[in-house]
Ligand binder design. Structure first.
Ligand SMILES: Nc1nc2c(ncn2[C@@H]2O[C@H](COP(=O)(O)OP(=O)(O)OP(=O)(O)O)[C@@H](O)[C@H]2O)c(=O)[nH]1
Ligand SMILES: [Mg+2]
Length: 352
C-alpha cells in the first residue's frame, strides 16, 4: 500500500516523513511498519524468531510546484494517482520562509487541492471519453466499451457538479478497467494540519483550524493536527525520554500512531496474522475471504487451498497459544468463502 504525502512547498511534508521513518529513509520512499502491540504479544507467545509487521510504503517524492501557478501541480498530481491513499499536509505554523499565501489559512489550501483533484479527474475522464468515442466511430467497440462510456459520462456529470467519486458506485466488472485512472477525488485521504509548536495543546483556540475542521466535516475527511518538528524530535529521543518530552510539551500522546491508524481506516483495511517461527501481520481489504488471505500470503496457498483454520488473536492470546486454543475448541475450520474478521490468525491447509 502506497501512501503519498502531498502539500504546498514548505508545508512540512519532509519533516513529517522524517518523523515517520526515523530519518532512515532515502530518496523519499520508506516502508514503515504499522504499530501493532497485539501482534507483538502474539509473536512473542509463539516464540517467533522472525517478526514482520504489516507496513505502508510512504512516499515524499512528488515533484515540487508553484502554488501561484496551479498548472505546475499537474505533475505531482499525476504521480499521486499511482498511490493508494493521500496524506495532505497543510501549514498552520508561522514561518518567515513560507512564501505562499499569507495569511495562514489551511482551509483555503485544502480547497486548492480539492479543486485541483476535480479539474484533474475531469481531464482524465474527458481524455478517455474522447478515445472511446473515436473507437465507436470505427465500430470496433465491445459491449464493455459501451458500458464504460456510459459510466464515465455519469462520472463526468458528478465531478462537474463538484462531487467527489469516493462513494460513486462502480460495477464490479468495470472496476478493473477504471483502476488505472487512479481518480483523485476517489482516493482515500487524511488531512494533516501542521500546527507548529506554539499551538501544541492549544489547538481548540485556533480559528483557522476550526475553519479547516468545518471544511473536513463537510467533505467527510478525517483531520489530524500535529506538529511535525515536535514529532520528528520526539522520534529521535531514546524511548525512555519520550514520555518526559511529551509531558513537558503538554501533549498526551504521539500523533504518528494516530496518523497511521487514520490512513488504515480510510483504506478500509483489516489485519490478519500467521504465527510460528516466522510470524507476520498482513493487510487485507475488509470483506476479504480466507482465499484472499491465502493469496496475500502466497499464490501457492491460494492455488492449492483446501481449508483454513482460523482463530481470533485475542482468543489465541487468552488461551495461551495456538495449540491451547485448538484444545479449547476456539480454532475453526473454514472454507475459501469464509469472510475474515479483523485480527484473526490463519493457518492455511493446502496442497499443490
Ligand atoms: N516551527 C515549525 N517549523 C516547521 C514545522 N514543520 C516544518 N517546519 C519547517 O518548515 C520548513 C519546511 O519544512 P519541510 O518539512 O522541508 O517542508 P516540505 O513540505 O517538505 O517542503 P519542500 O519539500 O522543501 O517544499 C523547514 O524549515 C522546517 O523545519 C513545524 O511543525 N513547526
Ligand atoms: Mg520536502
Amino acid at each position: 500500500m502506497k501512501i503519498a504525502l502531498i502539500g504546498f512547498p514548505l508545508s512540512g511534508r519532509t519533516t513529517l516523513f522524517e518523523a515517520l521513518s526515523g530519518g532512515h529513509a532515502r530518496e523519499g520512499v520508506a516502508s514503515i511498519p504499522i504499530p501493532d502491540p497485539r501482534f507483538e504479544a502474539l509473536a512473542q507467545q509463539a516464540g517467533a524468531k522472525k517478526i514482520v509487521h504489516a507496513a505502508f510504503e510512504w512516499r515524499d517524492d512528488l515533484p515540487d510546484f508553484n502554488p501561484e501557478k496551479p498548472e505546475t501541480a499537474r505533475q505531482p498530481l499525476s504521480l499521486a494517482r499511482q498511490s493508494d491513499a493521500l496524506v495532505c499536509v497543510l501549514r498552520l505554523f508561522d514561518s518567515p520562509y513560507a512564501p505562499y499565501h499569507a495569511p495562514i489559512d489551511p482551509a483555503r489550501d485544502l480547497q486548492f487541492w480539492l479543486d485541483e483533484f476535480i479539474l484533474s479527474d475531469l481531464q482524465v475522464i474527458e481524455n478517455r471519453l474522447e478515445r472511446l468515442t473515436k473507437l465507436f466511430q470505427s465500430h470496433k467497440e465491445s459491449a464493455a466499451d459501451r458500458a464504460e462510456h456510459a459510466l464515465l459520462e455519469r462520472m463526468h456529470r458528478a465531478v462537474s457538479a463538484g462531487e467527489s467519486l469516493r462513494t460513486f458506485e462502480i460495477p464490479h466488472d468495470l472496476e478493473p478497467r477504471l483502476r488505472g485512472f487512479g481518480f483523485l477525488t476517489r482516493k482515500p485521504m487524511v488531512v494533516v494540519a501542521n500546527i507548529g509548536e506554539s499551538l501544541l495543546g492549544n489547538e481548540a483556540n485556533s480559528e483557522p483550524l476550526q475553519r479547516l475542521q468545518a471544511l473536513c466535516n463537510e467533505r467527510d475527511l478525517p483531520l489530524l493536527s500535529l506538529c511535525a518538528t515536535f514529532e520528528r524530535d520526539l522520534r529521535q529521543l531514546p524511548e525512555a525520554e519520550q514520555a518526559e518530552f511529551l509531558q513537558m510539551m503538554g501533549v498526551s500522546e504521539p500523533a504518528l500512531p494516530r496518523l497511521v491508524r487514520a490512513v488504515y481506516e480510510q483504506l478500509n483495511l483489516q489485519v490478519f496474522y500467521t504465527i510460528g517461527d516466522d510470524s507476520r501481520a498482513w493487510l487485507l481489504p475488509r470483506g476479504g475471504t480466507a482465499l484472499d488471505a491465502a493469496a496475500t500470503i502466497h499464490s501457492d496457498l491460494a492455488r492449492g487451498f483446501i481449508r483454513a483454520e482460523v482463530c481470533h488473536a485475542d482468543e489465541v492470546l487468552a488461551a495461551g497459544g495456538w495449540k491451547a486454543a485448538q484444545k479449547a475448541n476456539k480454532v475453526h475450520l473454514v472454507g475459501k468463502d469464509y469472510v475474515m474478521r479483523d485480527g484473526e490468525v490463519i493457518y492455511v491447509r493446502f496442497n499443490v
